[in-house]
Write a protein that binds this ligand. Structure first.
Ligand SMILES: [Mg+2]
Length: 262
């Protein structure tokens, strides 16, 4: 990671933008349902979506319906549950699902097992389960070990670590695969990808974007494959606003120079 390297210029007309949500566009809260995206960030996102001709997608561990609720009124392409559900630019949904029988069995077994760890809870995400321990961080190792017993017993599952959460998701699903899928499609294809995220789950996305010659940005501290760095959610917001302002000043320059030519 290149801590001190300034971010390169990002022309909106030639980049494809991929954004993680929690810890990137919005601050982390004790409970996921307490999270909201600041209004200025939402306005900047909507402006970038418009100026980049729709080449903007959210890539998150949250379900699509939660992403839509958090970004409203903007409804853009998005990959939810780490890419297990993905809505393309035409609105088509692509899903990688575990069988309903397996999801039901997992739900019962996980809820039973996690009862041994007060303050921890299971979140069903439709095609994955998240084991949260934000309010009981002392159980971090226990929850990880518990999740590992499930990936050993069920080869259909892969383990995904995050900040105070361990998830069990369908094998083969990750943010890198989701970004790769978007990059095959309009309006993303033939653009340079940019991905910004803050957590272990974002590393697959950083590697994918690096392989495509794009710009990978890690928010906050920690080892990472990302090539650039922003300190926190506040810095992300400032940078997003600067992107929209850069475009406005270019538009004004163009209008002035066209005016001078007349
Ligand atoms: Mg995040």
């Amino acid at each position: 990671m290149t801590d001190s390297e300034p971010l390169p210029p990002i022309p909106l007309e030639s980049f494809a933008f991929f954004f993680d949500l929690d810890g990137t566009l919005a601050g982390i809260e004790k409970r996921p349902e307490w999270v909201s995206i600041p209004d200025d960030t939402k306005r900047a996102l909507a402006e970038i979506y418009s100026l980049a001709n729709g080449a903007v997608a959210l890539v998150s561990g949250r379900a699509l319906k939660e992403l839509d609720a958090l970004c409203a009124p903007l409804k853009c392409p998005a990959a939810g549950v780490h890419g297990a559900e993905r809505r393309d630019a035409e609105g088509h949904i692509h899903r990688t699902e575990l069988s309903p029988a397996l999801m039901s069995k997992l739900g019962s077994e996980l809820n039973l097992a996690i009862a041994a760890y007060p303050g921890c809870h299971v979140e069903g995400k439709g095609m994955a389960y998240a084991l949260h321990y934000r309010q009981s961080e002392a159980f971090a190792d226990d929850i990880l070990a518990l999740a590992e017993t499930f990936t050993q017993r069920y080869p259909e599952l892969a383990l995904q670590r995050g900040k105070c959460v361990v998830e069990l998701k369908p094998r083969g699903v990750d943010k890198g695969a989701a970004i790769h899928a978007f990059m095959q499609e309009a309006p993303f294809v033939d653009r340079t990808p940019l991905f910004i995220g803050d957590d272990l789950t974002d590393e697959a996305g950083f590697s994918q974007v690096n392989a495509l010659g794009g710009v990978s940005i890690k928010v906050g501290p920690g080892e990472t494959a990302a090539r650039y760095h922003l300190d926190d959610v506040g810095k992300v917001q400032q940078w997003l606003l600067s992107l929209t302002k850069q475009q406005e000043s270019q538009s004004i320059k163009t209008i002035i120079s066209v005016g001078e030519d007349l």
